[in-house]
Design a protein around this ligand. Structure first.
Ligand code: ZN
Length: 190
């Protein structure tokens, strides 16, 4: 795990997917940003319990930067037990409630994630019981003091990034990538 900014810890799962543990601004409160692929819940819970917040201390909420499977994969499992809402952009609701599918990612556009996406299941988890839309009349992120969300469509129509003005910290989701996705070995081996 890496501390990428004050109160922001990055956990890389399955070599190419990042989730973030973000201190919420009041002691002991935190928010999970993205949840990795299905099956990531154990790694996320273990990291939060053992290294960050202590056993059994769940977040106030989960925020998804967008609804691709490598971001929402473990959301449903994590909310079972944590009993917290999953916050998404309103445009995202159909995709996280099994009402619509994102267009298939074109595996010929290059990049290893695009390549591997052909193996992702097309049926995504249904979060209808836990999902909440981000209010559109403010860019403040619920539960996260000092952070605001930015709509950055492109990679997905509903993609958001989270920005904290105080230190100009940006959690970009897939809007910006630090891994060289043009190289499958770089992603798989790093
Ligand atoms: Zn994505």
């Amino acid at each position: 795990m890496d501390t990428v900014a004050a109160g922001v810890t990055q956990l890389r799962i399955q070599r190419f997917v990042n989730v973030y543990f973000v201190d919420a601004g009041t002691p002991g409160d935190w928010v999970l940003v993205d949840t990795g692929l299905p099956g990531s819940e154990r790694a996320i819970r273990a990291a939060a319990a053992a290294e960050l917040y202590g056993p059994g201390v769940g977040p106030q909420a989960i925020v998804l930067t967008h609804g691709h499977l490598d971001h929402l994969g473990a959301a449903l499992e994590l909310t079972t037990g944590w009993h917290v809402p999953v916050l998404v952009h309103s445009l995202e609701r159909p995709y996280v409630t099994a009402q619509a599918l994102h267009p298939p990612r074109d595996p010929t556009v290059g990049g290893s994630l695009a390549f591997m996406s052909r193996f992702f299941p097309t049926q995504l988890p249904d979060l209808r019981d836990v999902v909440q839309e981000l209010p559109l009349d403010t860019d403040a992120v619920p539960f996260l003091m000092g952070w605001r969300w930015l709509h950055v469509p492109g990679h997905a129509p509903d993609q958001i990034s989270l920005f904290r003005d105080a230190e100009r910290t940006l959690l970009g989701g897939d809007a910006f990538a630090t891994t060289d996705h043009d190289s499958v070995p770089a992603v798989l081996l790093e």
